[in-house]
Design a protein. Structure first.
Length: 266
């Protein structure tokens, strides 16, 4: 490896493994090519506006740019200067931008709307998962690609994975999110919920996304979903958020008019 790349990789916590240049990979575990294949991200993104939520090292953002995206915005709570993003951006002479922020403050008024929204490895870290998904819908005008930890067919009980079938085989189809008060999942206290596939499917439908592809493998769930035009389902039923929108939903999600904009348009 060139001294320049050695320097680039030094002092950064690398989570992602991505081919920076032929045969040279960032030294993380999360394989970018494998994950993007699993969620069915197209090989070419020409002309697309892409948002990468929870970007961390930024390798998914840079891969989107490599695939021809017209504009890429990476967003997350880590400063770009210490996460590896700024180092890679400068090495690659990339035009991708980084915004310090959270999924909870995605606002179409300030960042606009995106053709493709990526949200990998974030959902189970959210203490407010539906608020996160509702915000993804606010800024997504087309496709959502999402990857998450998933309970698969297991619940965590007394620190051990136990098959849901041992409680009841029907639980597999019940939408579930197991709440994790401390560090029950992988010893990591930043994990709040572990969903099953049905749980993610139902939350997406409620939030105005139609899942097109969902696969589970090795306790991870890979999703491709499309934004549905008009107000999301949770605002079309007699929910408190619908009936008392201005009191309940507006402080969290902004003006009601935003939901009327059609998918595929600004
Ligand atoms: C497991 S890492 C996944 C990083 C990257 N997306 C990937 O798949 O390699 C989880 C990321 O989600 C970020 N994150 C946690 N809470 C977040 C929030 N509220 N909004 C945006 N990102 C968040 C973390 O800071 C971290 O960068």
């Amino acid at each position: 490896m060139s001294p320049e790349l050695d320097q680039l990789f030094a002092g950064i916590e690398w989570h992602q493994r991505w081919e920076v240049e032929p045969g040279v990979f960032t030294p993380g575990q999360n394989d970018v090519a494998r994950l993007l294949k699993a969620v069915n991200l197209p090989e070419r993104l020409d002309g697309m506006r892409v948002l990468d939520v929870g970007a961390w090292n930024g390798c998914f953002s840079f891969e989107c740019e490599r695939r021809g995206a017209a504009e890429v915005l990476a967003l997350g709570p880590e400063p770009a200067e210490t996460s590896g993003f700024a180092h890679l951006k400068s090495y690659l002479h990339s035009h991708a931008d980084y915004r310090l922020g959270s999924v909870y403050d995605l606002d179409p008024e300030t960042i606009g709307r995106f053709d493709f929204v990526l949200c990998f490895g974030v959902l189970y870290h959210l203490r407010y998962p539906l608020l996160g998904i509702d915000n993804l819908r606010r800024v997504c005008r087309r496709d959502l690609f999402l990857e998450t930890s998933c309970m698969d067919n297991d619940l965590i009980l007394n620190g051990r994975a136990r098959s849901v079938a041992s409680f009841s085989p029907e639980l597999d189809e019940v939408p579930l999110l197991q709440f994790l008060r401390l560090d029950e999942l992988s010893g990591d206290p930043s994990n709040w919920f572990n969903p099953n596939r049905a749980g993610v499917r139902e939350m997406l439908l409620s939030a105005g996304f139609e899942p097109r592809h969902m696969t589970v493998g090795d306790r991870r769930l890979y999703v491709h979903a499309m934004a549905v035009s008009g107000e999301p389902e949770f605002l079309t039923i007699r929910s408190g958020e619908n009936v008392y929108y201005d009191v309940i939903a507006r402080p969290l999600l902004g003006d009601r008019g935003q939901w009327k904009s059609q998918v595929g348009s600004e």
